[in-house]
Design a protein around this ligand. Structure first.
Ligand SMILES: Cc1cc2nc3c(=O)[nH]c(=O)nc-3n(C[C@H](O)[C@H](O)[C@H](O)COP(=O)(O)OP(=O)(O)OC[C@H]3O[C@@H](n4cnc5c(N)ncnc54)[C@H](O)[C@@H]3O)c2cc1C
Length: 458
């Protein structure tokens, strides 16, 4: 075997596997194969002028490369078992939390020091939410911010680069059991690599490839959910009492009409709404910077409804994709609508958006979201906006902006045991690619977890 451990994917899952292996077993020979570029070469060509929209690069610099999908994200590490994945089902709640705290310590010692850790512990907002039929989930949130997140990744790379062999622009094509049956051969376009252990951590962008590998290796999978909704943008003052204390509040509401759960997701105080491109489909997202000079006047967050299809239709992601395609067809990209226009049943126009007291941070097409989102989902989102208006008056103002659509795709869940090992000895699947995690902290924690398992065995 050329390597003791081969890691496929250099997102948080892969990075923290490599980090922990180098700490616990520095003598092991480790290779990291990554489809995207090294951190310093990751640059999205969209500049709003010469390149106004996605030109479908072979490797998308937003989703791929050292740092994975989270490299240019808001860098919110949520330390909680209440959301962000179901790692705790495999490794227990206590251990999952301990590992997330450990990841936080590593981030703090690699450029993240001085950033703030927010917590819901002891907050008065829990009661206020309950009094209004809303439910605040428990979490501690480390907000690195897009700027500091990059610094942390750079420091982690500087630490790893002399201890691990990195192969960038090297997408793995197949994973096979090695000829002697005592390890794995990972085939790429120009070379093949062999290793005793193999950790697959290919995230969302590797979902199709992951499905293929599972098919080829007989690893069982089951369908996952898709979350569909809108991104809400409003003046930062409206949510400042919550965001100043908690930064991000995950609030859940059960709709009266259908009994569906609607939740807030990815809150960005004084942040910006941005486009996100998933396989050529433009959806919406948001982020914010730690640096006060880069703050905006607005806060944004998503309102999402989860849909999980199983029988006879199983393709939850396909359903989400069709809704996103419809919005792209009508708006040429993301659509923006004032809440007041939505309620009055009229589309927003350029003039109405211009006259709005809330200035949009994303240049989206004014339109009508009721022509895009299914009634059941839209009714739930409207109910939730009125519910939030009770704890943050002003949320249901006419000028609150809604961008659509926001879709959170999840990978199908792969069958692994309590060690996150597949039925093939020495083959582990972790992070968002496993369908078990959906966040920076859970994906990173899963990486540390398997590294420790392998560290004890190798
Ligand atoms: C815009 C945006 C903002 C986000 N903000 C937050 C946030 O604030 N907080 C939070 O908790 N989460 C956030 N997320 C989600 C978070 O980024 C992911 O949950 C996390 O990155 C998952 O880590 P991972 O290592 O499992 O996968 P990824 O980060 O997706 O990394 C997987 C890596 O594998 C590589 N890969 C794929 N296929 C192959 C292959 N065949 N061969 C080799 N390499 C391959 C990819 O190029 C990629 O670099 C955000 C995501 C996005 C897109």
């Amino acid at each position: 075997m050329e390597y003791d451990v081969i890691i496929i994917g250099a997102g948080p899952g892969g990075i923290f596997s490599a980090y922990e292996l180098t700490k616990k077993r520095p003598e092991l020979k480790i290779a990291v194969l990554e489809a995207g570029h090294g951190l310093d070469k990751r640059r999205c060509p969209i500049d709003g002028e010469k390149v106004p929209s996605c030109i479908k690069c072979r490797s998308c610099s937003i989703m791929s490369g050292f740092g994975g999908a989270g490299a240019f994200s808001d860098g919110k590490y949520n330390i909680t078992n209440d959301f962000g994945g179901t790692l705790y089902k495999y490794i227990g709640k206590k251990q999952a939390l301990e590992l997330m705290c450990y990841v936080d310590e590593i981030n703090m010692s690699h450029g993240g020091q001085g950033t703030r850790l927010y917590t819901t512990a002891g907050t008065k907002f829990k009661k206020l939410c309950m009094q209004n039929d809303l439910h605040l989930l428990d979490a501690s949130v480390r907000h690195l911010g897009t700027d500091v997140n990059y610094v942390v990744l750079k420091e982690l790379y500087d630490y790893l680069k002399d201890r691990v062999d990195f192969f960038f622009d090297t997408p793995a094509e197949s994973v096979l059991r090695s000829r002697d049956g005592d390890g794995y051969e990972v085939r790429c376009r120009e070379a093949a690599y062999t290793g005793r252990y193999c950790i697959i951590s290919v995230g969302r962008s590797g979902s199709k490839w992951m499905e293929k590998v599972c098919g080829e290796m007989g690893i069982r999978t089951k369908s996952n959910r898709v979350d569909i909704g809108v991104r809400v943008e409003l003046p930062a003052e409206i949510f400042s009492h919550l965001t100043d204390e908690l930064y991000e509040s995950k609030i859940v509401y059960r709709t009266q009409k259908y009994g569906d759960l609607v939740r807030t997701f990815c809150m960005n105080p004084k942040g910006a709404v941005v486009n996100e491109n998933t396989n050529g489909i433009v959806t919406v997202n948001g982020h914010s910077y730690e640096d006060p000079e880069k703050h905006t006047e607005n806060t944004n967050f998503a309102l999402l409804v989860a849909k999980h299809f199983s029988e006879p239709f199983k393709d939850s992601n396909g359903y989400g994709e069709s809704i996103a395609r419809l919005s792209n067809m009508l708006g040429g990209g993301v659509i923006v609508q004032r809440f007041g226009d939505l309620i009055r049943g009229q589309r927003s126009t350029g003039k109405r958006i211009e006259e709005s007291f809330t200035a949009p941070t994303l240049n989206a097409t004014p339109g009508d979201l009721s022509l895009v989102l299914p009634k059941r989902l839209l009714d739930g989102i409207i109910e939730m906006i009125y519910a939030l208006d009770k704890i943050a008056p002003g949320t249901a103002n006419d000028d609150t902006l809604l961008y659509g659509v926001e879709v959170k795709f999840y990978n199908m869940e792969v069958e692994v045991d309590e060690h996150l090992q597949t039925e093939h000895d020495g083959l582990y699947i972790i992070g968002d690619g496993s369908g078990i995690t959906h966040s920076l902290s859970h994906a990173s924690a899963s990486g540390v977890y398997v590294a420790r398992q392998i560290g004890e065995r190798a």
